[in-house]
Design a protein around this ligand. Structure first.
Ligand SMILES: [Zn+2]
Ligand SMILES: [Zn+2]
Length: 660
């Protein structure tokens, strides 16, 4: 540690350089930024008063991080930056090993970044070439997505800084999001080339291990205590997030209130726009609290948004939520009564292809791209939300999930959400009245019968399994008793010249001796004949002696073969089997009436009857019947998807042609 005391060149008071990385220190007596170059001290200018912020840190705090790879550090300086839309702190930290880094906070998330040699192969683009959404590959450092390209004013400072710059200077920088969840910054300073490159990771406040930190508890006490009366209508307003709120739209009169920009008294709100009545009616109680998906939330504000497609205006509402445990900001988006809970997603973790986006292994299909406008606001907001402000939005869906990209002028953000049935909100936020029923199909609404279908398909699979088991079981158990078997001679009769050609069948017809069919069930009948480029057809009738009940069937044997163009061929079959269904047990005779071609018939045919033979076709019929249900479900799902996509960029006009 090279902490070193010296005399301020401006006022002569004592200044202290707290760390080896300290290039500048702000004189606590006269607020001069004093730089050291070797033994020479130089006053670079006077820094402005600090703007009060909600940062939980102070100079002098030490940290023993529990997060992996982070060494113990000391907070030695505070840089206050401003973009005109807000002021924030970045804390200069000095690590045990003498190196330095920056500790920053945004929307409840913390980062510790450390300087690395700027990438050289390839070198980063110059400031004017860099664009939000751009994907940069930095060799060994990996892939990064540009999320933000900005200029910020060096507004104020306290303690020590690791660089020498004139207070009031404008810094250019680009924020990066890494493919592995890391964060990075390209610092351009005040010229187009990169001056410094910082890389780090998001760290939870608890993981930072900052000692003497009152942190959340202190900020929460402030939150509970904070209330004000609307300067426009006098209504009493309770702020849920006073430490971060910079805009309030009065929930009684709709007037928009703002904290003054100079920050002199951040508690006081002034009327920015006076309204006489509420611009819209939120469906969720602003300021209300509840639990959703196991997390405690406060409902801070609501934004009415709209887009215009082919002259038609579409409206939806976005509710700003604060997760009260971690202070993270989430959203509930409501469109046509369909609700989605949305959280920020790291841009670097999203990769896109035409009509596709991939985030953490899930593939989302492009649904629509549109320009969203802020139409009206109510409640409290941590940024300077403006009516009329517009963003380009692209939605990608993998129901019930949705992935969205929003582009502003210099910024790109991604968010990821999942569909929330309205009943979950009614219970979670203890709503007195039910929310309106959803209309149509939501862009990321899951098919409502998915659960039923899963149960149904399980049942179908069970029945199919039982049917297959029973078939195998009966197949093994079946006795397959041969009840009739005999060879019938054709040679004599077929060649008898005294029989007229049209009287063959009659002459060859036989009626067998009676035989027993022992069990009611299928009878398998089989023909086998030595046909050789010839055929025989046997018309058969199974006749029950007692009742005269008849069961007719036909059996054919035909076999043809030869050589054609050097190729051997054959067709037909010498033996065939048919089944006669539901034959009652009893005594039967068989009437056999053969048909054949004179002189070309086989010498004989064999007939065999077996009873008690299970039929595979019956199993197939059962399985086909079982499939009817799943097919109907598949059709229902396809129709649902058709209605979903009719509302997308790929819907092709009106949705009426999807109701067929
Ligand atoms: Zn001084
Ligand atoms: Zn009011």
């Amino acid at each position: 540690m090279s902490s070193r005391a010296a005399s301020c060149p401006s006022c002569g008071g004592e200044v202290l350089f707290r760390a080896g990385s300290s290039v500048v220190t702000v004189c606590p007596q006269c607020r001069s930024a004093v730089s050291r170059k070797g033994a020479n001290l130089e006053a670079l200018g006077v820094v402005a008063e600090l703007v009060p912020t909600s940062s939980p840190f102070r100079i002098g705090m030490t940290a023993k991080p529990k997060a992996q790879g982070l060494k113990p550090f000391r907070i030695v300086g505070r840089l206050q930056l401003s973009t005109g839309e807000g002021t924030w702190d970045e804390w200069h930290v000095s690590f045990e090993d003498g190196r330095y880094g920056w500790l920053a906070e945004a929307q409840g998330t913390f980062w510790v970044t450390r300087p690395l040699p700027p990438p050289t192969n390839p070198p980063p683009p110059e400031f004017h070439q860099i664009a939000p959404g751009q994907r940069l590959s930095f060799g060994g450092y990996g892939e990064f997505t540009v999320t933000d390209r900005r200029q910020a004013l060096y507004a104020s400072a306290e303690g020590d800084l690791p660089f020498a710059a004139t207070p009031g200077a404008v810094f250019m920088y680009a924020d990066l999001s890494g493919a592995d969840g890391s964060v990075g910054t390209l610092d351009y300073g005040d010229d187009p080339g990169v001056d410094a490159f910082f890389v780090g990771r998001p760290v939870a406040l608890a993981e930072l291990g900052v000692e003497g930190l009152e942190g959340w508890s202190e900020r929460k006490v402030a939150a509970r205590a904070s209330s004000l009366n609307c300067p426009a209508c006098g209504g009493g307003l309770q702020l849920k997030d006073p430490a971060n709120t910079v805009r309030v739209a009065c929930t009684y009169c709709g007037s928009v209130l703002a904290t003054p920009q100079d920050g002199a008294s951040s508690a006081k709100f002034e009327v920015l726009a006076r309204l006489q009545k509420l611009p819209f009616k939120p469906l969720l109680p602003l300021g209300g609290e509840g639990t959703l998906r196991g997390r405690p939330y406060a409902i801070l504000g609501a934004v009415l948004k709209a887009c215009t497609v082919e002259g038609v205006h579409y409206y939806w509402r976005e509710y700003l939520l604060k997760e009260t445990k971690t202070e993270a900001y989430h959203w509930l988006v409501e469109s046509n009564g369909h609700w989605t809970l949305v959280e920020p997603a790291a841009a670097g973790e999203v990769s896109t292809a035409p009509r596709l986006a991939v985030w953490r292994g899930t593939r989302y299909k492009h649904f629509q791209s549109t320009t969203a406008r802020v139409e009206a606001v109510l409640g409290e907001f941590y940024w300077e939300v403006k009516k009329g402000e517009s963003t380009d939005v692209s939605d990608y869906v993998a129901p019930p999930r949705i992935l969205s990209e929003e582009r502003y002028a210099n910024e790109v953000t991604w968010s990821e959400g999942s569909y929330v049935p309205k009943e979950e909100l009614e219970t979670g936020f203890g709503l007195g009245a039910p929310l309106p029923a959803p209309e149509g199909v939501g862009s990321n609404q899951p098919w409502p019968h998915a659960e039923t279908a899963r149960g149904f398909l399980r049942t179908v699979a069970l029945f199919a399994g039982i049917a297959a088991f029973l078939f195998v079981f009966f197949n093994i158990k079946a006795d397959r008793k041969v009840v009739y078997q005999k060879r019938h001679d054709l040679s004599v009769a077929a060649t008898d010249p005294t029989i007229a050609p049209d009287a063959f069948s009659e002459a060859l017809t036989v009626v067998t001796e009676p035989f027993e069919v022992p069990h009611t069930g299928n009878v398998e009948a089989r023909i086998d004949a030595p046909t050789d480029n010839s055929w025989v057809y046997v018309g058969a009738v199974l006749l029950e002696e007692a009742t005269g009940q008849a069961y007719g069937f036909g059996l054919q044997s035909d076999y043809y073969h030869g050589v054609d163009g050097g190729e051997r061929w054959s067709e037909g079959s010498r033996s065939r089997t048919v089944y006669v269904g539901r034959v009652p047990a009893g005594r039967y005779v068989l009437r056999l009436e053969p048909e054949l071609e004179r002189g070309k018939a086989p010498p004989y045919y064999d007939i065999r009857l077996r009873s008690g033979v299970p039929r595979f076709a019956h199993l197939m019929a059962v399985l086909v019947l079982l499939l009817l249900g799943p097919v109907a479900l598949a059709i229902s799902k396809a129709r649902f998807e058709g209605r979903r996509w009719a509302e997308s960029d790929y819907g092709g006009g009106s949705g009426s042609d999807d109701d067929e």
